[in-house]
Design a protein around this ligand. Structure first.
Ligand code: FAD
Length: 163
């Protein structure tokens, strides 16, 4: 298996995969790992993990399933081919806020800025919840909880408007 990325999501994916995979490669584009020191150490101590720093993915190969990957060391230019049965990409995500980005305020990462108490955006009458909003953690339960919060706020808003 290979995991691409250098932050906590990538490190945690490696640790999770070690229970199932015979060997896990961690491909890090930069020269440093950014995740928790304790998880970094766990990975470095594992004989079943190879960390490839300064490494960019050039190609993922396969037919019906992933069979391998070609990567390039950006410091030396050396090309390496790895035989694999899976690749996990853990390089972050882009919030899908295109639809409203002219209507509401977004932060530098493109996430919709919300009032943490209500989920309301900078535009009165528009709420946002889940991964597209500016909450720190992106998880199912958090998205669902934020949606409930937004619905309660919408209800209060509509009741007040009716009066
Ligand atoms: C690989 C992976 C593993 C994960 N594992 C976990 C985990 O183990 N536990 C956990 O808690 N979280 C996990 N997450 C995170 C979790 O999936 C998200 O936090 C959660 O799905 C966010 O919910 P959401 O409703 O905000 O967004 P989404 O689930 O992405 O839903 C957004 C919906 O909006 C729709 N949509 C998009 N644009 C439009 C449009 N213009 N008009 C109408 N509809 C539109 C999409 O089709 C989609 O149905 C994982 C995420 C990934 C990518």
């Amino acid at each position: 298996m290979a995991v691409v990325g250098g932050g906590n999501a990538a490190l945690e994916a490696v640790v999770d995969l070690l229970h199932y995979a015979t060997h896990v490669y961690l491909l890090v584009r930069s020269g440093e790992l950014k995740g928790d020191a304790i998880t970094q150490q766990e990975i470095k101590n594992s004989p079943n993990t190879t960390v490839l720093m300064n490494t960019k993915v050039a190609e993922i190969t396969g037919d019906k399933f992933v069979r391998g990957l070609t990567c390039i060391n950006s410091a030396t230019g050396e090309e390496k081919k790895l035989d694999l049965s899976g690749v996990f990409i853990e390089i972050g995500s882009v919030p899908n806020a295109e639809l409203v980005k002219e209507l509401v305020s977004v932060n530098e990462m493109g996430e919709i800025i919300t009032d943490a108490r209500t989920g309301m955006t900078s535009k009165k009458g528009i709420w946002a919840a889940g991964d597209v909003a500016d909450g720190l953690y992106k998880q199912n339960n958090i998205a669902a909880g934020d949606a409930v919060k937004a619905i309660l706020s919408i209800y209060a808003y509509l009741v007040k408007k009716e009066k």
